[in-house]
Design a binder for this molecule. Structure first.
Ligand SMILES: [Fe+2]
Length: 387
């Protein structure tokens, strides 16, 4: 037999005020083989503002699924309260379970509590205040678990959204940074032709060498940026010196040698280029201490600048100049090996020599392809790509 008792909004009854935490929406399953007990419990629940469904046969109660909390007697025909709660736990694991038990069954019932089958025990005969207190406590617990689950799910959703936003922002920052750097290198190219592709090549060579040194992440990106911008300070060198076809006078050299510092000053106040600016400042320093502008020596020189020197020398030896043809990669590699410990960091040279020379050839070809495409765009053979 079962009975459905609808909730009442007004809590005025001899059982006292309804639960006041928030509007009651929970539904109870009440089970006892004695109908007078289920009716009494359902009346109390109704007075507290809760819906309930009652059964006197535990086998019928075991088929219920639409409930939030369950109150059951322990000793019943066909099925004990503990067995019933065990079955209901698998069909409705989120429900909070209360067990009413006589004193002589207390040992078995306590075992069920310890095994997590039961939230709370109510001993027979129960008083009204005990029943109400147990119901209030169980409902509070049910709401706590439910709210906790909801908040955890909401937090997970927000976290996913934040991760997505973060990735989008990072992508935008990277695109804008790359666009800015490309613009700066083009600006230098307008002043000092043919430097643009040299800058891209040494950036990639330096990056590859840095990777082989075990450098990755932000540091790797900053080293590549520093290598790319290494000669940006030449924008500030007078045409008469920068574009002079013949050799420079000692006075002109003094001015030309200011370009690392000029480049550093251009970049030093751009927060995300701070480390790149330091490489620009140090790109003419030598391991031996005989470089410029500050004559830094050995590990006083930033690792990115030390790696750049190797990449720059390789590119300079292999590239054509107006007054000579570029040499082979083998010549460049031999020269770099020869200058290990004087011009270059010996550890960096060791790593450089361990890299397959085919990689340098591949990188050079990739940049040549970019150069080819860019030339066709500049001459109008290919339409410019618009973002
Ligand atoms: Fe330079």
């Amino acid at each position: 037999m079962w009975a459905f008792i609808a909730p009442v909004p007004a809590p005025k009854s001899r059982y006292g005020p309804a639960i006041s935490m928030q509007a009651a929406t929970e539904r109870f399953l009440v089970v006892d083989d004695d109908a007078t007990i289920t009716e009494a419990i359902c009346r109390v629940l109704k007075s507290m503002g809760f819906e309930s469904v009652a059964h006197t046969d535990p086998r019928e109660a075991a088929r219920e699924t639409q409930f939030d909390l369950v109150i059951t007697d322990f000793m019943m025909p066909h099925m004990s309260g503990v067995e019933l709660l065990h079955q209901l736990k698998s069909s409705n694991p989120g429900a909070v379970r209360l067990l009413i038990t006589a004193a002589n069954d207390f040992k078995v019932a306590t075992k069920a509590v310890n095994e997590g089958e039961v939230f709370k025990l109510l001993s027979k005969p129960w008083s009204l205040s005990e029943l109400r207190a147990a119901i209030t406590q169980a409902v509070e617990y049910f709401r706590l678990v439910r709210d906790n689950k909801r908040l955890t799910a909401e937090l997970a959703d927000r976290n996913t959204e934040l991760t997505r936003l973060n990735a989008t922002l990072e992508q935008q920052v990277t695109e804008r940074t790359n666009g800015l750097l490309e613009g700066m290198i083009r600006a230098l190219d307008y002043r000092d032709t043919e430097t643009q592709w040299h800058s891209w090549r040494v950036a990639r060579f330096t990056g590859r060498l840095a990777q082989a040194m075990g450098i990755h992440g932000d540091q790797l990106v900053q080293i590549e940026q520093g290598a790319l911008l290494h000669d940006i300070g030449k924008i500030g060198v007078r045409d008469a010196i920068l574009l002079k076809p013949g050799p420079l006078t000692p006075e002109e050299w003094v001015e030309m040698k200011k370009h690392p510092e000029l480049g550093f000053r251009m970049l030093q106040n751009i927060p995300y280029l701070k480390n790149a600016a330091e490489i620009v400042y140090q790109h003419q320093e030598k391991w031996s201490g005989l470089g410029y502008p500050r004559g830094l020596k050995g590990e006083e020189i930033a690792v990115g600048a030390r790696l750049f020197c190797i990449a720059d020398t390789m590119d300079a030896i292999c590239s054509d100049r107006p007054y000579r043809k570029g040499s082979t990669l083998e010549v460049a590699i031999t020269e770099i090996g020869r200058l290990s410990g004087t011009q270059f960091d010996p550890r960096a040279v060791e790593v450089f020599l361990s890299i397959d020379p085919a990689e340098w050839v591949r990188i050079r070809r990739e940049i040549e392809q970019l150069e080819h495409v860019d030339r066709r765009r500049v001459t109008g053979e290919m339409p410019a790509v618009t973002a």
